[in-house]
Design a protein. Structure first.
Length: 231
């Protein structure tokens, strides 16, 4: 590919950086590396990567702070790497706007596949359906422009959050199962990981609903899935 997609890997483990570079370059990506959060932020500003792989435990600036600073200025997809396999850390990562979460040790092939899956769904144009603009109460959802307004003010959604909302809105009034949402938003590689759907539904409700625990628009259909209601 002439215009190769750029992957920025931020990790203080130089051996892991070398191995990740080899795996990702073999898959056709252009790889940029940094050994700490500050250097990673500089590379992000200068090189404009398409996706970032970010380690949690690093000197000078850890992954959480780095992620927070990235999210202040950009919605670049982020995959977080961590040695911990705890639910609280995963929830924290998704709260920071992380798009995926991979626990060390991991398969390089799997991580490379996840990079591809995330980039694929980010590049996918939202299908143009009528209407392209959906108004639901105080929400205005512009599918083609990939923009959401609440009370006229822009709502900051990650690419994954917007894609999930778009799929629900494109099927307004129709109940979608966890499996349908997983395959349409995350891809077939994530089949069975219903935790992704539940977490992102909660994050969307926090950003879009007046009362996330009693939602008006993003409705739980117990035992099956979720639907979007305009009223």
């Amino acid at each position: 590919m002439n215009d190769r997609e750029k992957v920025l890997v931020i990790d203080d483990d130089t051996t892991l950086l070398m191995l990740l570079r080899q795996s990702l370059e073999k898959a056709g990506y252009q790889v940029i590396t940094a050994t700490n959060g500050l250097a990673g932020l500089q590379q992000m500003y200068e090189r404009r990567p398409d996706i970032i792989i970010l380690d949690v435990m690093m000197p000078r600036m850890d992954g959480w702070e780095t992620c927070s600073r990235i999210r202040e200025v950009s919605q670049i997809p982020i995959i977080m790497l961590t040695a911990k396999d705890e639910e609280a850390d995963k929830i924290r990562g998704f709260t920071y706007g992380v798009d995926d979460y991979v626990t060390k040790p991991f398969s390089f092939a799997e991580l490379t596949a996840r990079v591809g899956a995330i980039l694929h769904r980010v590049k996918q144009a939202t299908p143009a359906k009528s209407p392209d603009v959906v108004v639901a109460g105080d929400l205005t959802i512009e599918l083609e422009n990939r923009r959401v307004l609440r009370d006229g003010q822009p709502v900051d959604l990650t690419p994954t959050e917007f894609r999930l909302l778009a799929v629900l809105v494109e099927n307004v009034g129709r109940v979608l199962s966890h499996e349908q949402l997983l395959t349409q938003v995350w891809g077939y590689e994530y089949a069975g990981d219903t935790g992704y759907v539940k977490r992102y539904i909660w994050y969307l409700r926090r950003k879009l609903e007046d009362d996330p625990s009693n939602p008006r628009h993003i409705i739980t259909e117990r035992g099956f899935g979720y639907s979007f209601r305009k009223e």
